[in-house]
Design a protein around this ligand. Structure first.
Ligand SMILES: Cc1cc2nc3c(=O)[nH]c(=O)nc-3n(C[C@H](O)[C@H](O)[C@H](O)COP(=O)(O)OP(=O)(O)OC[C@H]3O[C@@H](n4cnc5c(N)ncnc54)[C@H](O)[C@@H]3O)c2cc1C
Length: 466
C-alpha cells in the first residue's frame, strides 16, 4: 500500500558515482512504481494541475489511464497538447507549474506528474524508433512556409504546420537541430538520443531540415519570401551571452555559459581528442549565477574533472531561480555554493590567463521589482578566490541579427521581437515565438508559443488565399 501523501521518487545514480559520468541522474519509474504513484492522484473534478500547465495537458486523464495501466492511451493524451513529453517530463519546472497546484500539497507531496509523464513517454520510445525505419513522407506542390530555428518553439511550430498540410522547411544555424535541447542542457539531464528521436520523427513526417544556415547572413527573410515562402516563423531563441563588464573579463579561460556548454554538449569536448574541440575546465572552476544554466555548467565542470567547483551567487540559496531538484543534485555532488557573493574583478598572469577572482560579500536589502530581496554590497568585504577557469552564467538575450537584417521587424528595448496576440511580428506574414519573444524562459512556454503561431499562420494563409 502506498502512502497517499508521500511521493514515490525515481531511483537515482548515487552522487559519488554520477559526478564522474555523463549518464542521466534519475533512472525512471518501473511499471509498478508508476502505477502506485498514479494511484495517489485524487482525480479532482476541477483538476487544478491542468491550470498550472502552460500548454494545458489533460493531466487528470493521462494519470487516470496510468491508474488503469492504459499506458498507450496515457501517452496519446499527452501528445494532444505536447509533442515532446520525453523532454518536458524531464526538464519542466513542475514544482512551480502543474505540481504546485496539486491539492495533495496541502498535506504532503504533490503527485509526481513530471515523472509519470516521463514514464509513459519513455515507454513509447521503442515504438517510435521502430517507426523511424520507414521512408519519410514526401511533401510537394503545397504552400511553402519557413521556420527559422530548430529549438522547442521551431519544432512545435513546424510539427503543427506540417499537420495543417504545408510544405515546411526548418532553417537552423548549427549543424545539429534541437536548439538548447542539444547545445545547452547537458546529457546527464536530457540524453541526446531522445532529442535525436524527436528531430528524426519530425523529418519523417515530411518536414524538411536545412542545417548550417544563418538567417540574416546566408539569406534574409525578404529573400525567403521572394523564393516563394508564404509565411515565416522566427524561433531563433535567446542565445547571446550576457557578461558583467568587469575588469579582466577578457582574460583567457573566462567563458560564457553558452560557449562552455556548446563545446561539451554539441561539440563533445569531453571526448577530446576523439572529437576536435577542446574545453578548459580547470582545477578550480568558478561559475557565476544561480539559475538552471549556472547549475548545468557547474555540474558539467565537475564531471569533466575540476577538483573544486564554486557557484558564486549574489543572493541566498532560497532565491536561486534554478529548479529545486537541480540544486539538490548539485549540492549532493559537491558543488560549493558561495551565496551572497559577487565578483568584482578578474586577475590573470602575465600570459593573460585567469588566476584569481576578486569578490565581495553581499547582504539582502528591500525587495526589488522581481519581488526578491535586493542584494546589497557589504563595503570593504573584498576577498580573493583562486580560480583558473570562470564561466559567466548570468543570462542571455536574443541575437539581434534577424531583426537587424529585416528592418520591418520591430523589437523591444530588451532586443526581443514584438508580436501581437496571434504571434505575428510587425512584418506581414512573419511570426515569432519562444525565447526570441519572451527572453530566456522555458521549453514548454516556447513550445506553446510555437503552436499558437502555427495556428495563426494557418489562419493568415487561409485568409490570404481567399
Ligand atoms: C543551459 C540551459 C538549461 C536550461 N534548462 C531548462 C530547464 O531545465 N527547463 C526548461 O524548461 N527550460 C530550460 N532552459 C530554457 C529553455 O531551454 C529555452 O527556454 C528554450 O529552449 C527556448 O526555445 P526556443 O525554441 O525559443 O530557442 P532555442 O532552444 O534557443 O532554439 C533556437 C534555435 O535557433 C537557432 N538560431 C538562432 N539564430 C538563428 C539564425 N539567425 N538562423 C538560423 N537559426 C538560428 C539556434 O541555433 C537554435 O538552434 C535552459 C536553457 C539553457 C541555456
Amino acid at each position: 500500500m502506498s502512502d497517499r501523501f508521500k511521493a514515490i521518487h525515481m531511483k537515482e545514480q548515487p552522487a559519488e558515482e554520477r559526478k564522474k559520468n555523463f549518464l542521466e541522474v534519475p533512472c525512471g519509474y518501473t511499471e509498478e512504481e508508476a502505477v502506485l504513484e498514479a494511484n495517489r492522484c485524487l482525480q479532482c473534478k476541477n483538476a487544478p494541475c491542468i491550470e498550472g500547465c502552460p500548454v494545458s495537458i489533460d493531466i487528470r486523464s493521462f494519470i487516470g489511464h496510468i491508474q488503469k495501466r492504459e499506458f498507450d492511451k496515457a501517452v496519446n493524451k499527452i501528445y494532444e497538447a505536447d509533442i515532446l513529453p520525453c523532454v518536458t517530463g524531464r526538464v519542466c519546472p513542475q514544482e512551480s507549474q502543474c505540481q504546485a497546484k496539486c491539492v495533495l500539497n496541502k498535506k504532503g507531496d504533490a503527485v509526481s506528474i513530471g515523472s509519470l509523464e516521463r514514464f509513459v513517454a519513455d515507454r513509447d520510445l521503442d515504438r517510435r524508433r521502430e517507426a523511424l525505419k520507414g521512408e519519410p513522407v514526401k511533401v510537394s506542390g503545397k504552400t511553402k512556409v519557413a521556420v527559422i530555428g530548430s529549438g522547442p518553439a521551431g519544432i512545435a511550430c513546424a510539427a503543427d504546420l506540417g499537420k495543417y498540410g504545408y510544405d515546411v522547411t526548418i532553417f537552423e544555424a548549427f549543424h545539429k537541430a534541437g536548439g538548447v535541447l542539444v547545445y545547452g542542457i547537458p546529457e546527464f539531464r536530457l540524453p541526446k538520443d531522445i532529442v535525436d528521436v524527436e528531430i528524426r520523427s519530425l523529418v519523417q513526417t515530411g518536414v524538411k531540415l536545412v542545417t548550417n544556415v544563418l538567417t540574416g547572413r546566408s539569406f534574409t527573410i525578404d529573400e525567403l519570401m521572394a523564393e516563394g515562402y508564404k509565411a515565416v516563423f522566427v524561433g531563433s531563441g535567446a542565445g547571446l551571452p550576457q557578461f558583467m563588464k568587469l575588469p579582466g573579463e577578457n582574460l583567457n579561460n573566462v567563458y560564457s555559459a553558452n560557449e562552455f556548454l556548446t563545446r561539451v554538449n554539441l561539440m563533445k569536448a569531453h571526448r577530446y581528442p576523439e572529437y576536435d574541440t577542446p574545453v578548459k575546465y580547470g582545477k578550480n572552476c568558478a561559475v557565476i549565477g544561480g539559475g538552471n544554466v549556472a547549475l548545468d555548467v557547474a555540474r558539467t565542470a565537475l564531471r569533466l574533472g575540476s577538483e573544486n567547483v564554486y557557484l558564486i551567487y549574489r543572493r541566498t540559496q532560497e532565491e536561486m531561480p534554478a529548479r529545486l531538484e537541480e540544486i539538490r543534485h548539485a549540492l549532493e555532488e559537491g558543488i560549493q555554493l558561495m551565496a551572497l557573493t559577487n565578483p568584482v574583478a578578474y586577475h590573470g598572469d602575465e600570459a593573460g590567463f585567469l588566476q584569481k577572482i576578486e569578490c565581495v560579500k553581499m547582504e539582502l536589502g528591500e525587495p526589488d521589482e522581481s519581488g526578491r530581496r535586493r542584494p546589497v554590497l557589504k563595503e570593504g568585504s573584498n576577498f580573493i578566490i583562486e580560480a583558473d577557469v570562470c564561466v559567466v552564467s548570468i543570462g542571455s538575450t536574443p541575437n539581434p541579427l534577424i531583426a537587424m537584417t529585416s528592418p520591418l521587424i520591430e523589437t523591444t528595448k530588451w532586443g526581443t521581437i514584438k508580436v501581437d496576440e496571434k504571434g505575428m511580428t510587425t512584418m506581414p506574414g512573419v511570426f515569432a515565438g519562444g525565447d526570441i519573444v519572451t527572453g530566456a524562459a522555458t521549453v514548454i512556454t516556447a513550445m506553446g508559443a510555437g503552436r499558437t503561431a502555427a495556428a495563426s499562420m494557418h489562419e493568415y494563409l487561409q485568409n490570404k488565399n481567399d
